[in-house]
Write a protein of this length. Structure first.
Length: 295
């Protein structure tokens, strides 16, 4: 027989799966099509209010698998955060639908802060790739046209942001890459062009993003940077061949110009969503950022 003394160091963590946080009409002319947007939450089992982190998954604007990134989410929950992971509308939905959904998710957490033991004054956002783009937009863009749906009297502000290899400027996603890759981003079929303009199979195709610079800038976090933004951590892989690392560098420089608290961490030998991103050293950088600015 073996007997051990177990010190109590951490809370039990409960999961609330597939909670519907918003409903809206679909993308067809059939008004009976309704989207139910869902989130799952990891909640420490106690009666204290906790800061919250809202995670947006990447997926090239074509999918939003909000059950992934469990290693990051679990590490944050163990560090004392309520961690929500939210679905959002993807292609064939178009801009600004994902931002509208992200802001609705923030409002939902505040409205239901008592049920999920959330401190409503301490909410951060995290995302990778397209989700990193969305996290940045939630942190920097306060245009009222992004505010739609329920609980519009509730604040959509966040107090900290982390973007992993996220897009910051839709006009230059492929900069620094080969000419062939740069040309692919100038196509009306590029993910950023379809996000802005929608799918098109007519005789007259939609334009690439470079043909509507004003709209692309409105849809890009870089052009919303101003004073008074929450602290923003940007991380990118120096071997990324899908989203240029210069996206994070440009965003970092813009934030510094406006005296926003920010940091840029380049992960050596890391590509876009490669295994390097899921190592403890990287995860701990994210946890530390939210601990510093939310706890």
């Amino acid at each position: 027989m073996k007997s051990i003394q177990v010190p109590v160091k951490q809370e039990i963590i409960d999961e609330f799966r597939d909670v519907v946080y918003e409903q809206n009409f679909g993308n067809t002319n059939d008004s009976h099509v309704i989207n139910e947007l869902k989130m799952s939450l990891l909640v420490p089992r106690d009666d204290r209010p906790h800061p919250a982190v809202l995670y947006f998954p990447g997926g090239g604007f074509t999918k939003a698998d909000y059950h992934k990134f469990i290693d990051f989410r679990y590490a944050l929950a163990r560090a004392g955060f309520v961690v929500a992971a939210a679905q959002y509308r993807v292609i064939p939905s178009v801009f600004p639908d994902p931002i509208v959904d992200g802001k609705a998710a923030v409002r939902y957490l505040r409205v239901h802060s008592d049920e999920f033991n959330i401190d409503p004054d301490k909410i951060g956002v995290l995302g990778d790739s397209a989700g990193g783009y969305l996290a940045q937009m939630i942190g920097v863009a306060d245009d009222k046209k992004f505010s739609q749906g329920d609980n519009l009297d509730v604040s959509e502000s966040v107090q900290a942001v982390v973007s992993l290899y996220g897009l910051s400027d839709l006009l230059t996603v492929g900069s620094d890459f080969s000419e062939a890759i740069q040309n692919s981003h100038k196509s009306p079929a590029s993910p950023e062009a379809v996000l802005l303009n929608g799918l098109n199979i007519s005789v007259t195709p939609h334009q690439p993003v470079q043909k509507n610079i004003e709209k692309a800038q409105i849809a890009s976090p870089l052009y919303h940077v101003k004073k008074g933004l929450p602290p923003i951590l940007l991380m990118a892989g120096d071997q990324d061949t899908l989203v240029s690392p210069s996206q994070s560098k440009k965003m970092y420089e813009a934030l510094k110009d406006y005296d926003v608290e920010t940091e840029l961490i380049m992960i050596r030998n890391a590509g876009h969503g490669t295994i390097e991103w899921h190592q403890d050293e990287v995860i701990q950088q994210v946890v530390n950022w939210f601990v510093t600015y939310l706890k």
